[in-house]
Design a binder for this molecule. Sequence first.
Ligand SMILES: [Zn+2]
Length: 263
Amino acid sequence: LTGGAVRLQSKRDDERNLVQEARAAGYEVLFDRNALANTKGGKLLGLFAHSGMMDGFRTTRTQKDPARTEPTLAEMTTTALKTLSRDTDGFFLMVEGGQIDWAGHNNDAGQLLHEMIKFDDAVRVVMEWARDRDDTLVIVTADHETGGFGFSYSGFAIPAPRPLPGDAFKDRPYAPNYNYGPLSVLGMLYNQKKTLYEIIQEHGKGDDRSPEALVKLIRDNTGFTISTEGARAVLASEPNPNRIEGHPYLHVETMRRACPGGR
Ligand SMILES: [Zn+2]
């Protein structure tokens, strides 16, 4: 059905096939990047992954790879604009950079950076489309803020105000409220190869599950190093205080030890 691009597996209790039903209702169902690029528009249903789509690392890495079958957020946005803008009544389009939140939940700064790049690409497509129009409102916002996470400090070593060119700073100097730190840190984050979630999964499945093995995985896959002591703290577990027998996930007997405050 999908030409091998997407693994389809129904979780339904009945025999309904919603893909066939969509087709019967006049939708063109698309499963890969080529089909999306070649569509003539109309009613479209794009299903490009069994579950979550490519993370930001893979999106960045495969940006120019002709073998990539999943479209990027920017590519989906391009087709959506092309298709919807034919409607003479106008249109509403919602585009979500959904995995920014996932990276926030995992406190994964490298992934957060690559997810923001992925999202920024989609915003660029929209801004280019809207640039010469006077009938389009573009709103870029966040739905919720996850984990109190940021690339900046708000109460520490705030840089001194300085003059900047341009109208906005004609009468007052640019006075940042945050310290964003050296740009080289962003470079180190950019060089991360996979998500921290994948790294910790890989460690858990490996033959060597020692703290030293985690130190090596972090060193091989990110621009950062952690100490053996740090790895031991990450791997430490404690009895699950919220355990519920038979619960789909609260049944686990142990969980990672909560990070002691201030460390
Ligand atoms: Zn969330």
